[in-house]
Design a protein. Structure first.
Ligand code: 3PG
Ligand code: MG
Length: 398
């Protein structure tokens, strides 16, 4: 795989790349990866990795280093064990999978077993880098976290962005720089509070923004609709109203909803109960909107079909429940079939694409959820800033 070319603008500028590392033969290299992958009980016993996308995505970097004679040690967080050793977040299943995909690459224990990781404790960084000659960050999905293993090592060791990190930054940075028009974004998922900043930033970039998923109800409430028992962030209604005021002509909201009747259950792993019905945008008391309706899905799909660039983050509904999967499915198909350059980020949207066997038809599938949103919102990430300050980083203008 050829190295990325050196750009003259955008977030890749000033980043040290693998080629900027000193001689690696016989040297020890610490690679921060994001192997925060889903695990499940194996019916045959033990715990296994159920989706190794993030592990496979780091292989080009791991093999590049190994081929140059480096002894490679990877390190990752897994879940949120909150600074204590918690066997549920043991990386052993990840290590097993890595041993198959990248034999010879070692994997340290879960970084978040130590409170020094999230606390960015300098003593923890010192222990982490002890004995290593170089550091590589290939953990795009975690580079929005100012944690010890992300921001600490570049101040202590010659450092580089791995191939995955560089590619992610190149693609997402490209969305910020020169996207083919029209640029359409589809946003979903449940939490509007987490995403207001990025929605604001995206509205400055895109021609149209389609809003689905649980977050749509706070927007619908801002328009005066009754949302029944749907997810609602009451404290954010004013902010949503402001966005609609500023850019309402470019925001596409649902015009119909698939809702679940009072007392019904839905979600992953539960056999759902209750009546599911297609409704308009005013839901009666007790009804919970759990998917965009067919008319909305068609409108979103049309927007995508006519676009030059698409960025999709977040499912349109509770797609793990077949009754509320159609909206996400229609959108996923439209993204896969779009003639434009399509980028999908976020575990749930990627899982939906995988479920439909459509991931290969998307232009770029990001390994980052929060990280891809943060990069689009801020144009930079703590992990990238740290790399630019490494002693071996290319000097400005070089
Ligand atoms: C992710 O899965 O989004 C990344 O690995 C970051 O994990 P975090 O949200 O627990 O920091
Ligand atoms: Mg996350």
């Amino acid at each position: 795989m050829p190295g990325p070319s050196r750009p003259s603008s955008g977030p890749l500028v000033g980043l040290p790349l693998l080629e900027d590392l000193p001689e690696l033969d016989g040297r020890r290299v610490l690679v921060r990866v994001d192997f925060n992958v889903p695990l499940a009980q194996d019916p045959r016993g033990g715990v296994v990795v159920t989706d190794d996308f993030r592990i496979r995505a780091a292989l080009p970097t791991l093999s590049w280093l190994s081929e140059r004679g480096a002894a490679v040690t990877a390190c990752t967080h897994l879940g949120r064990p909150k600074g204590t050793v918690d066997p549920r977040f043991d990386v052993a299943p990840v290590r097993d999978r890595l041993a198959v995909l990248a034999p010879g690459v070692a994997l340290l224990e879960n970084l978040r077993f130590d409170p020094g990781e999230e606390g960015d404790d300098p003593a923890f960084v010192d222990r982490l880098v002890d004995g290593f000659d170089a550091y590589v960050n290939d953990a795009f999905g975690a580079s929005h976290r100012p944690h010890a293993s992300i921001v600490g090592p570049p101040a202590r060791l010659p450092s580089a962005a791995g191939r995955l990190l560089a590619r992610e930054v190149e693609v997402l940075g490209g969305l910020l720089a020169t996207p083919a028009r029209p640029f359409v974004t589809l946003v979903g998922g449940s939490k509007v509070g987490d995403k207001l900043g990025v929605l604001q930033a995206l509205l400055a970039l895109v021609d149209r923004m389609a809003v689905g998923g649980g977050m749509a109800f706070t927007f619908l409430a801002a328009q005066g609709h009754t949302v029944g028992a749907s997810l609602l962030d009451a404290g954010r209604i004013d902010s949503c109203a402001k966005l609609l005021e500023q850019a309402g002509d470019r925001i596409i909201l649902p015009t119909d909803i698939v809702a679940l009747g009072p007392g019904g259950t839905a979600g992953p792993g539960v056999p759902g109960s209750g009546e599911a019905r297609i409704m308009g945008t005013d839901l009666p008391r007790g009804w919970r909107g759990l998917d965009i309706g067919p008319e909305t899905a068609g409108v979103f799909a049309d927007a995508v079909a006519g676009s030059g660039t698409v960025f999709w983050n977040g499912p349109m509904g509770v797609f793990e429940d077949e009754r509320f999967a159609a909206g996400t499915r229609t959108v996923a198909r439209a993204v896969a079939e779009s003639p434009g350059f399509t980028v999908v980020g976020g575990g749930d949207s990627v899982a939906a694409l995988d479920q439909l066997g459509l991931a290969a038809q998307v232009g770029y599938v990001s390994t980052g959820g929060g990280a891809s949103l943060d990069l689009l919102e801020h144009g930079d990430l703590p992990g990238l800033q740290a790399l630019r300050h490494a002693s071996n980083a290319p000097k400005a203008g070089a």
